[in-house]
Design a protein. Structure first.
Length: 85
């Protein structure tokens, strides 16, 4: 967790939608968090902490794909290996 996530978690403890807004901006996450907070404080806090702490690392994968398409970075495309069972 970086510093921004820590500040967002502190905000989420007091006002859950504020923490989500601080970290993710205005989107569906803020609306859902607001509804959950109005239904009960604890569901709003739980949702906010999950949304702040468990972000999808898709942006990193997208950048890796863009770099490989442009020929930057590694020349061999990334291959995913299935773990043995």
């Amino acid at each position: 967790m970086c510093g921004n996530d820590c500040v967002a978690c502190i905000c989420a403890y007091f006002i859950p939608p504020l923490g989500v807004y601080w970290d993710l901006g205005c989107g569906w996450e803020v609306i859902v968090c607001t509804i959950l907070t109005l239904l009960g404080y604890l569901p709003g806090v739980i949702f906010a902490v999950i949304m702040i702490g468990c972000k999808e690392p898709a942006s990193g994968r997208e950048k890796l794909l863009e770099d490989s398409e442009r020929g930057e970075g590694s020349e061999k495309p990334v291959e995913y290996v299935k773990a043995p069972e």
